[in-house]
Design a protein around this ligand. Structure first.
Ligand code: ATP
Ligand code: MG
Length: 389
């Protein structure tokens, strides 16, 4: 029997041109994630996208795993496609639904008829299909209010589709519909989650990582790439820029009062990131900061880092507790990698008593003790790029 995958769009309130952009981007992203699993035909009609494999033994489970990670999808499922003839539907539905119905006791049938020329009404289709299933599977009962599984029969213009249940999609908006932004990615728990959250709203991701060899190791860089490759399963390919940060950090450590190390380092990170973002067309910066989590994330500290950039800084986890962030990191499978013990450049020169209520003026005075501009520009120029995912 011919099997297909049905995909329901998310964000149904979208209209007109926005809707077209949304659907075009979604189809492009679906094509790209399924690329490599074999040829498929992708069509759309009535806010449903249909994926039809063009050869036998299509790896459906692998394809569903990938589709689960595409933003902009509300729900999806495997379905059998057959001729729009009630006798064919009745004959096909019994064997096709066998596995799905074996493990449940109650079900109901919902019929949807978008082809109004079909000779039976939706309630008639439901009744006939329900009857055929009851006749063949004696353990089943109909429960219209609270069934364990809903069998759906859709009669559309081109074919009839039979399916049992459906899976939740990743939600959000298709990546590519909301502009580009740059995630400042460390090897920690928070920044991959922040990246994922913004990709979920349709943002195309660039990534920036600050490395301070030999204080930070190659392993730390590999960890960041591994984290990004997990995020890229949702966001699509990410361009990563690795910024050589050692010289700036050493100079800060040499010239500035210790209590300002972290703040000034973060202000330098923001300056460099803004320049890289402008070069790549990123319209915003993203960080994994959360109010009060560490000394450099108090409100006054965040004010001093925002003050050096004109781009908006998105901090999607700003109001979340650590355990809420961890819950997402487990869901997107970055947690186990994030807790690997490699050092981050932030932890290399940490002051014993960091300022928690700094002012912009104090930071400016501390920075005025050295000429940072050439070092900032050099870091931008020496950034090395590669594509992840
Ligand atoms: P995370 O779990 O993301 O590392 P954190 O709680 O450890 O967060 P910090 O180390 O203070 O927090 O960093 C705050 C944010 O600054 C990070 O979420 C990230 O966006 C950015 N950041 C920190 N270190 C780096 C780095 N080496 N390269 C790029 N961005 C960084
Ligand atoms: Mg960190």
């Amino acid at each position: 029997m011919k099997e297909i995958i049905l995909i329901k769009n998310g964000e149904l309130a979208l209209k007109g041109l926005n809707r077209m952009n949304f659907e075009n981007a979604l189809i492009k992203n679906i094509k790209s994630t399924l690329n490599g699993l074999g040829a498929v035909d992708i069509t759309r009609a009535q806010s449903t996208i249909t994926i039809e494999p063009l050869y036998d033994d299509y790896p459906f489970e692998q394809a569903l795993d990938k589709i689960k990670k595409v933003f902009g999808i509300a729900a999806f499922c495997r379905a059998a496609a057959c001729e729009k003839d009630i006798n064919v539907i009745l004959e096909k539905c019994v064997p096709y639904l066998k596995d799905a119905l074996q493990s449940v006791k109650t079900f109901k049938v919902e019929a949807k008829r978008s082809d109004k020329k079909f000779p039976l009404t939706s309630p008639e289709i439901s009744r006939l299909v329900g009857g055929a299933l009851l006749k063949n599977y004696h353990h089943l009962k109909v429960d219209v209010h609270n069934p364990e599984i809903v069998v759906t029969v859709e009669v559309r213009d081109t074919a009839a589709y039979i399916r049992a249940g459906q899976l939740h999609g990743a939600g959000g908006m298709p990546v590519g519909t909301a502009g580009r932004a740059a995630i400042l990615i460390s090897g920690g728990i928070d920044s991959p989650v922040a990246a994922w959250m913004m990709a979920k709203r349709g943002i195309t991701l660039d990534a920036i990582h600050f490395a301070s060899p030999p204080y930070t190791s190659l392993r730390a860089e590999q960890k960041v790439k591994k984290l990004l490759s997990k995020v890229a399963e949702y966001s699509g390919t990410i361009r990563l820029g690795i910024v050589p940060f050692t010289e700036l950090q050493q100079t800060i450590a040499e010239k500035c009062p210790e209590e300002y190390f972290t703040l000034i380092m973060r202000r330098m990170m923001m300056r460099i990131s803004q320049r890289l973002a402008e070069k790549s067309g990123s319209l915003a910066l993203i960080t994994g900061e959360s109010v009060g989590q560490v000394a450099s994330q108090t409100l006054p500290a965040l004010v001093t880092t925002d003050a050096v950039v004109s781009l908006p800084v998105f901090r999607p986890v700003i109001g979340m507790d650590k355990d809420e962030i961890i819950e997402i990191s487990r869901k997107i499978d970055t947690f186990e990698t994030s807790i690997e013990p490699y050092e981050d450049c932030c932890t290399v020169f940490t002051p014993k008593h960091p300022r928690t209520k700094p002012t912009i003026k104090q930071c400016q005075d501390a920075e005025a003790l050295f000429d940072y501009e050439p070092l900032v520009e050099k870091a931008v120029q020496d950034t090395v790029f590669e594509f992840i995912g």
